[in-house]
Design a protein around this ligand. Sequence first.
Ligand code: NAP
Length: 251
Amino acid sequence: MPGPRRLLILGGTGEAAALARAVTGAFGDRLAVVSSLAGRLGEPPPLPGTVRIGGFGGPQGLADWLRAAATDLVIDATHPFAARISAHARAACDAVGLPRLQLRRPAWRPRDGDRWIMAASAAAAAARLPDLGRRAFLTVGTGSVQAFSTVSGVWLLVRLAAPPPAPLPLATHDLLIARGPFTPAGESGLIARHRIDVLVTKGSGGAATAAKLTAAREAGLPVLMIRRPPAEPGDTAATVEETLAWLATKL
Ligand code: NAP
């Protein structure tokens, strides 16, 4: 009997956690799963298989790790804005000769009544913000908050999933620590309570944080939306189910 094939899931998202559970259910002992997390969000959720935490040390470090762990397959299920690790995954898998699939949740699409203003980057969004409002709800993640340090004349309600490692470099702001999923009613309440007049978000996609878009639409607020970086070339899937189907072709 051949041993199990070895799968590395690059994670840090709800989809990655769901995939680790689904893979175990679908393939049982045929696949041994390692989930890898950057380790920014503290205690990880319980996951089947093995969990490793922390960076690999760039593409070369990841390639070395893949060889040492005798990895057969890689699923890059990192966040659509986590562009560096996705580029590293592509380079390392190409170097080692491993099949790689990027699991990337679909982007949000505007609906009737939405007032979206697209920005190419966090810096571009920060430059545009004073034209759009005076009290902004900022949901761009710790890594992008820095870009808003130059904004003046706009009060910021900053929501992060975990406490930042250092005080935020922002002038007038309140900090809220909360993790989705969020509800439209909850988001509407937040917008009303803080008299928010503009929402700033990354175009992350996914159901867990989409409620703020519904709330902004209902309140008639402009949404300053930071565009996603492009996916890495190669195989992609939009859902856990599509990813399982891809895996089935590789076993
Ligand atoms: P990033 O800029 O692409 O990655 C920065 C560095 O963090 C990488 O070079 C790598 O270090 C390490 N890293 C990232 N993901 C890793 C993983 N799954 N396992 C091991 N090391 C990892 O990513 P980021 O934007 O800082 O995001 C970090 C993590 O948070 C990602 O795993 C992502 O899925 C998750 N996340 C990100 C966002 C977001 O908006 N960016 C939102 C929710 C969750 P080495 O070069 O040393 O290997």
